[in-house]
Design a protein around this ligand. Structure first.
Ligand code: FE2
Length: 411
């Protein structure tokens, strides 16, 4: 390693002024950020020598040849190249974090499923050991489909780091607060917010307020993007400016450390002598991001009928077939119900998509019982489902006056 003269310890960049301190606004923007002045090369990516003796390195989230509107990559300027952050790998067992395909051959019942929230056990559980797979679809090795997990975390990772080669993680906290110290900056996350951790990004998860419980969507396929709004126009739903990407932050710590990688559904660990979070500056559009669900502006029925739930899409991950998602992340939050002469809850139906729901807080209108905060439900592909009997009776007889759905957030 070349010599360098960097200040020791974690440095947070202070170049972002105003209300966005610590974060840069926008979804899919081409950002640039540096934790030390002059660390980011200007006008080129690969100078012969980088300032501070840093190494230039590209992290590509899409194929080099992806069309320009989908192409995502970030240039990192770091104390050591990433190849120094891996040593000999050893396979380890993480039995409760599973990957598709894993259809249980002994499945006893199809139909509608509801699960109560799981209590966080007393044993030490980190972001890796606290992950519990609930449902899977597709195939991790062909990079199609997804898995849905619950995380139950009561312990910070200490000199332990993680990255996934299998997909990006969409994190939906339900209880507690977590800090994601990533190669590209720090994201603090609490309930009513979500975050996306890109495939390949190295990070450590700390508990700010525990125990922490929440949901994770592991997306094996193409990245999440914002849905097209069509005739709705240029505004409403999730707005780009409400997404926040952290400014550069790094640490220069030489301590025995472990890096675990999830790769083709397996887990492998490697031991190194330093923190891998050593990116001092970066520029590009492949980066972690968080979003406050309270800024989601729902659009819905204003005269009659109940639109398809796709009207509430926050993020969509395309499948490659136009208009057909690999995953849609859809939010049911506080809103007014005003439709006249209408059965207002979701209608009875069966459809090609499998629907996994989680309750962040409150009561969901079609499932007033047995679907509590922290709980999940599953309506599988082409298996019929619809409102509970009580919800049907109520909605069939309620007066047709405007009603506020208050204190509710499910997805
Ligand atoms: Fe449904």
């Amino acid at each position: 390693m070349t010599s360098h003269s960097l200040p020791k310890g974690m440095i947070r960049a202070a170049s972002i002024a105003g209300p966005h301190e610590g974060y840069m606004p926008g979804f899919g923007n081409d950002f640039e950020t540096e934790a030390l002045p002059g660390a980011l090369p200007q006008g080129m990516n690969s100078p012969q020598k980088c300032n501070y003796g840093l190494y230039g390195e590209q992290l590509s989230g899409t194929a080099f040849t992806a069309p320009s509107h989908q192409n995502e990559r970030t240039w990192c300027y770091r104390i050591r190249p990433s190849v120094k952050h891996t040593h000999r790998f050893k396979k380890i067992a993480v039995p409760l974090w599973r990957s598709a395909p894993c259809i249980d051959p002994d499945i006893i019942s199809l139909g509608q499923y509801r699960w109560d929230p799981v209590t966080v056990p007393n044993e030490r559980l980190t972001w890796i050991t606290g992950m519990r797979t609930m449902v899977t679809a597709g195939d991790v090795n062909t990079q199609t489909g997804m898995a849905s997990h619950m995380y139950l975390v009561n312990a910070s990772m200490e000199d332990e780091y993680f990255f996934s080669a299998d997909g990006e993680l969409l994190v939906v906290p339900q209880e507690g607060r977590l800090r994601f110290c990533t190669e590209l900056g720090v994201i603090d996350l609490e309930p009513k917010e979500i975050a996306i951790l890109p495939r390949g990004l190295v990070y450590r998860v700390e508990v700010l307020e525990g125990p922490a419980r929440g949901f994770v969507c592991e997306n094996y396929g193409q990245k999440f993007q914002l849905p097209g709004r069509g005739p709705i126009g240029a505004n409403c739903m999730a707005n780009r400016r409400d997404f926040k990407t952290p400014v550069a932050a790094y640490e220069d710590r030489e301590v025995p450390s472990k890096v675990t990688v999830k790769w083709c559904g397996q887990f492998h660990v490697t031991e190194i002598g330093h923190s891998p979070l050593d990116v001092v500056a970066w520029h590009g559009n492949y980066a972690p991001v968080k979003y406050d669900l309270r800024t989601y502006c729902p659009v819905g029925a204003v005269l009659f009928d109940h639109p398809d739930p796709s009207i509430f899409t926050v993020l969509t991950a395309p499948s490659g077939i136009e208009g057909t998602a690999n995953i849609d992340f859809v939010l049911f939050r506080e809103r007014w119900m005003v439709a006249e002469n209408t059965f207002r809850p979701p209608w009875y139906h069966k459809n090609v998509m499998s629907e996994m729901m989680g309750n962040i807080y409150g009561v969901y209108d079609a499932k007033p019982k047995g679907f509590v905060p922290g709980g999940m439900s599953l309506h599988n592909c082409m298996l019929p489902h619809g409102p509970d009997k009580g919800a049907f009776e109520h909605a069939s007889n309620e007066p047709m006056v405007p009603v506020k759905q208050s204190d509710t957030m499910s997805f």
